[in-house]
Ligand binder design. Sequence first.
Ligand code: ADP
Length: 756
Amino acid sequence: MVAQISGEEYKNIFNCSPAAILVINTDAPIYTILDVNDAYLNATNTNRDELVGRGVFAAFPANPTDEESKNIERTIFSFEQAITAKKPHTMSNYRYDIPVRGTSEFEERYWTTTNNPILDENGNVKYFIHSPANVTELYKLGEREKAGIEALKAQRQQLHSIFMQAPVGIAIFRGPDYIVDLINPPLCEIYAKTVEEMLGKPVFEVLIHAKGIGFEEILDNVRLTGTPFKGEGYPAPIVRNGKLETVFFNFVYEPFREIDGTISGVIAVAIEVTEQVNAKKQIEEAEERARLAIDAVGLGIFDLDLTTGQMITSKTFANIFGFENPVPRTEYVKVFHPDDLELRAKAHAGAGDAGHLFYEARVIWPDKTIHWVRIEGKVYYDEASKPLRILGTLLDFTEQKKIKEALAENEELLRNITTAAPTGLWMSNEQAAITYVNQTWVDWTGRAYAEHLGEGWLNSIVPEDQEKASNAFINDLTNRDLYEVEFRIKYSDGTTHWCVANGSPQYNADGIFTGYIGACVDITEQKHLQQQKDDFIGIASHELKTPVTSIKAYTQVLERMLKKKGETKEADMIGRMDVQINRLSSLIGDLLDVTKINSGRLQFNDVAFDFNKHVKELIEDLKPTAEKHTLVENFSPTGLVYGDKERIGQVITNLVTNAIKYSPKADKIIINISLENNEVMLCVQDFGIGIDGANLHKVFEQFYRVSGDMQHTFPGLGLGLYISSEIIKREGGRIWVNSIVGEGSTFCFALPLWNK
Ligand code: ADP
C-alpha cells in the first residue's frame, strides 16, 4: 500500500525544504508572488507578509547596491524562457545584495536561480517555481581561484621573463646526465653557445672542455645530498671564437626539487667574473712587480707618522741602515754621519712646505763602513693642510757614488792622456761634422776649440790640401771605409807640418753608425827623412850612372879586342862582366826612375804605335835571356796604342823578367794579348812560386819585396812593379795581378786602343 501525502503535508515539506522557493504567477509583467517557503525568507531576510500577493519586482526592485545591474532584465528573460519553453531555466552567478536587518547595510550575495514552470493537465503553465540558491561562497571561491590562476599565470610570465632577461646566467640541469632543461641567453653567452646548441643535451657533451675537471662531482653532490654549492672566481675552460680560454665564474648550484620534494636536477646560477678576476690578478701582479722592483733595486720603504713621530720601515730599509731588522726611528737617527745631521734636519723642516722630502746623507754601519743613502718621500696632509705623514723610499747609492767617482777619475785620466798625447784626436758625427778635437790639436793650430767643430777643422789645413782632406773624408764616411789621408796643417807658429789622419767608423750597441773617431799624427819628420832618402837615391844613382856607362863602354871595347887576339877565354870573362854591368845599369835606371816619379819629373814621349808588333820585337830580344823558359806568344790582333813606346816596353820587359825570375822550376811563360772593350790587354802568366793573397795588393808598392828566405834567392830592389804601375797609370791604363801560391801568377795591364 502506498502512503498518500496530503496537501497539508506537502505544505510542510515545502516549508521545511532547505532550498529557497518562491511560487510565482505567470501574470507578466507583475509576476505576483503566490507563495514562499521559510528557507526563502531566511535566505533573503524578508517575511511572508512583505512578499505574498505582491509582484516579484515590487518586492525585489532593482539591485539595491548596483544601479547598473542587469538583474531585472535577466530575470524577466529567464521567466519568459521558462514560460514559453515550458522548461526550467537557470540564471547563474548573479549578484543581488540582501539588506542586513536593523541596519542600512547590505550583504553581498551571489545567486544561481532556477525558474521551473508547473504545467496544468492541458499542458499550460499554471505558475512557476523560482528557486534561488545562495552561491556566494562558491562564487567567491571561483572568483578567487580565477584571480589566483591569473596571478599565477602572470607570475609565471614574469618569472620567465626574469629568467630570460636576468643579467645572470641561469640553467636547470636534469637527471644524472645533467641534460640542459632550461637555459637563458646570458648563460649561453658565457658558454659561447646558442640556446639550441644547449637545450636538451647533456651539458658536458656540449661543454667538452669542462668535462673531467671536477664540475660533475660538484653537481652530483648537490643533486644527491641537496646541499647547495657556491663557487667564487672558479676557472673553467671554454671555447670562444674558436679559442680555448679560461673564464672565471661566480656560481651557485641549488638542488632542483619536484613538488614531492625529490631532487631531479640542479639549478645553476652563474655570472662571469673573468674581467674582475683578471683585473684583480693584474693588480696583484702589478703590486708584485712593484714589490719586486722595489726589492730588486734594493729600495727601502718608510711610513713616517708626523703627529706621533713614529716610523714604520721595511726590512730593506733597516738593512740599508746596517740593522738586521727594523728599529725605532730614534735608532736610525743615531747612525747618521754627524756632519750630515744638520742637512737632514733642514730637509725635514722644509718637507712640509715643499710637499716632498729629499736628501742624501751618510750612515755609519756597526762595522764603521760609510754608506751613502738617498731619502725621497711624499708628504700627505689632513683637511686643514697640516702635514700628516711622509711615505717614501730609501736607496743605498754608495756603489753609484763610487762608480761615479771612479768614472770622474777615469775621465780626468783620459783627458790628461788625450791632452798629453802628441797626437791630434778627433770625433765626428754621422754627418761628417766634427764634434770633438783634443787639446793637442788645439795647441798645434792655435785656434780655439769651438773653431774646429763642424767643418771648422779644414781652416787649419793648408788651402791646397783642404779639398783632398774633405773629399776623402766625405767619401770614406759615405762608404763607412777607414779614412786615411795625408795633408799639411799650419801650426800656430807659422810653420807647416805634414799630418796623416786616420779614422774608423763607429757604431753604437744597436749597430747604428754614429760617426768617426780618429787621430792625426805629425809626420813632418818622416816626410823630411823620406825626402832626404829620395834626394840621396837621386844623387847617388845619378852619380853612379856616368862611371857605369863608361865602364860599360870600356868593357865592350876590351871584349872586342880580346876576341880579335883570339883570347876567347878572357873575352868570355869580359862578356860575363858586361852582363853584370847591364844589371847594374838597370838597377841604377830603376832608382833614377823612382826619383823621377817621386819628384814628378818622369818624362813621356807619346806616339801611336802598333802594339802587337812592338811586343813581338821585345819578346824576340828577351828570348836569349830566357835560357830555360819558352816564351809562348798567344796574340790576338789588336791595333794602335798611343803612348810612350819605350816606357810601355819597360813594363812588358819587367813583367816577363819577373815571370822568369819567380818561376825557376817552370819551363814556359805565356804572353797573352787580347782586345776587349776598346782596350788592349796584355797578360804574362807564369807557373812559379805565386804570391800570398794577403800581399797581393802590396806588390805594386815602392820597395815591396818578396820576404823571408826568398829574399836572397830572388834578388831585387822592389821597384820594378812600382815603376810599371806608375807608367801604366800615367798612360791611362790599369794594372793588376792574380796569383795562387805555388801555382803561379798572372800580371796584366790594359791600355786604351788609339782611336783617331
Ligand atoms: P823585385 O822583383 O825587384 O823584388 P818587383 O817590384 O818587380 O821587385 O816585384 C816586387 C815583388 O813582387 C817581388 O819581390 C815579388 O815578391 C813579387 N813578384 C813580382 N813578380 C812576381 C811573379 N811573377 N811571381 C811571384 N812573385 C812576384
